[in-house]
Design a protein around this ligand. Structure first.
Ligand code: ADP
Ligand code: NA
Length: 350
C-alpha cells in the first residue's frame, strides 16, 4: 500500500481571502496532527494567467507567512515554494506527454480563465492541471485538501496517474518499482497512487458576499465580495454588514436554507469558523434576523482572523526568517522529489 501523505498548494497571487482560508489553509492545519504533510506556495502556477508580477517574491513570502500564522509547523512538516524544486516542472513535462489535449480543453477553470479568446491564452494555462498533477505525484502524495473548485483538476490527476501506470506497467514491474494496490475493484500494480481529494466541511465552496451564486475569489473586481486575511476588524465588520441577504429570518432546519444561497453561505462560514455544523448554527440562530446573526458573525470572524492577521504582519516584517523556512523546506522537498524522479527517469528509460 502507498504511505499516506498530504500535499496541497496555494498560488502567490493577490490577497488571500476567507475562501482560501476555510477551503484550504484551515484544513491544512487540522491535517498536521495525524499526517505527514507538504504545503507548497505554487509560484510556477502564478505565471500561467498573468506573466509579469510586481512583487512575486513578496507574494510568495506572504503565503508562507499565512501558512505559519495559521498554525502550520514548518519543522514537523514541509513548507516551500514550487520553483525551488525543479522536479515539479520536470514531471509536469512528462505528464504533458501522458495527458491528452482533449482532457485539458474540458477543464472548466481553463475555460473560465481563458475567457472568449482561448487561442490567445498561454500554453501554461492550458497545461496547468498537468503541473498540478506533478506537484502532488512527485511526492506520490495520497491526500489533497482543496476547495470544491479543484475537484475536476484532481480527477484529472487521477487520470494522468492511471494512464502513466498503465502505459509503463511493464517497465514499472521490470525495474522493481510500484505497489500492488486496488483502484475501484481492480487489483493493479501502480507507481503513482490514486489521489483522494479532501473537500468536505461546512464550506467546500465559500461564496461571494455580494452574489451567493459566485465563489469568493481573488479575481472578483469588488473588494466587498470577499474578506481578505489582512482585513482589519473594521473592514471585516463593514463587509459582513453589507453582505447581500434576503429579508427572512434564519430557518431552524438545514432544509430551510434551500434556495437561499446568501443565507446558506453566511451560515456555512459561521459553522466553519466555529468548528460547528450548519445544523448546530441553525439550532442557535434559527428564527433570528440577520440584524442579530451578522454582528455575531462579525465577532466570530474577527476573533478567529485577528490573531492570524497580527502574526502574518509580524512574520512579514522578518523576511530573513520566512526565507530561511522556505529554503529549508525546499531542500527537504527536493530530496524527496528527486527520489521519485530518479525512479521515473529509470521507468521511462532516460
Ligand atoms: P484562488 O482560487 O483564490 O485563485 P488558489 O487557486 O491558489 O486561489 O486556491 C488555493 C486554495 O483555495 C485551493 O484549494 C482552492 O480550492 C481554495 N479556494 C479558493 N477559493 C475558494 C472558495 N471560494 N471556497 C473554498 N475554497 C476556495
Ligand atoms: Na482556485
Amino acid at each position: 500500500e502507498f504511505k499516506p501523505l498530504v500535499f496541497s498548494g496555494v498560488q502567490p497571487t493577490g490577497n488571500l481571502h476567507l475562501g482560501n482560508y476555510l477551503g484550504a489553509i484551515r484544513k491544512f492545519v487540522a491535517l498536521q496532527e495525524n499526517n505527514d504533510c507538504i504545503y507548497c506556495v505554487v509560484d510556477l502556477h502564478s505565471i500561467t494567467a498573468q506573466l509579469v508580477h510586481e512583487d512575486l517574491k513578496g507574494q510568495i513570502r506572504s503565503i508562507a507567512a499565512a501558512f505559519i500564522a495559521s498554525g502550520i509547523d514548518p519543522e514537523k512538516h514541509i513548507v516551500f515554494n514550487q520553483s525551488a524544486v525543479p522536479q515539479h516542472a520536470e514531471l509536469a513535462w512528462i505528464f504533458n506527454c501522458v495527458a491528452r489535449i482533449g482532457w485539458m480543453n474540458r477543464m472548466t477553470q481553463f475555460k473560465d480563465k481563458a475567457g472568449k479568446d482561448r487561442e490567445n491564452a498561454s500554453l501554461g494555462l492550458l497545461a496547468y492541471p498537468s503541473l498540478m498533477a506533478a506537484d502532488i505525484l512527485v511526492y506520490r502524495a495520497t491526500h489533497v485538501p482543496v476547495g470544491d473548485d479543484q475537484k475536476q483538476h484532481l480527477e484529472l490527476t487521477r487520470d494522468i496517474a492511471q494512464k502513466f501506470n498503465i502505459d509503463f506497467m511493464e517497465h514499472i514491474r521490470a525495474r522493481g518499482y510500484g505497489v500492488d494496490t486496488v483502484v475501484g475493484e481492480e487489483p493493479v500494480h501502480a507507481y503513482f497512487p490514486p489521489v483522494e481529494p479532501l473537500i468536505g466541511g461546512a464550506t467546500p465552496r465559500v461564496m461571494s458576499l455580494r452574489d451567493g451564486t459566485k465563489k469568493m475569489s481573488k479575481s472578483d473586481p469588488s473588494d466587498l465580495s470577499r474578506i481578505n486575511l489582512m482585513d482589519d476588524a473594521e473592514t471585516i465588520s463593514k463587509k459582513i454588514r453589507k453582505a447581500k441577504t434576503d429579508p427572512d429570518a434564519l430557518p431552524s432546519e438545514l432544509d430551510g436554507l434551500k434556495g437561499r444561497p446568501e443565507a446558506d453561505n453566511l451560515v456555512g462560514i459561521y459553522a466553519a469558523l466555529s468548528d460547528k455544523t450548519k445544523e448546530q448554527v441553525l439550532g442557535e440562530f434559527g428564527g433570528q434576523q440577520f440584524s442579530v446573526f451578522k454582528p455575531a458573525l462579525v465577532d466570530l470572524a474577527v476573533e478567529v482572523l485577528a490573531p492570524i492577521t497580527g502574526e502574518m504582519r509580524r512574520l512579514m516584517g522578518d523576511t530573513a526568517h520566512i526565507d530561511a523556512i522556505l529554503r529549508n523546506g525546499g531542500e527537504r522537498a527536493r530530496a524527496r522529489a528527486e527520489k521519485t524522479m530518479t525512479e521515473v527517469r529509470d521507468i521511462i528509460g532516460f
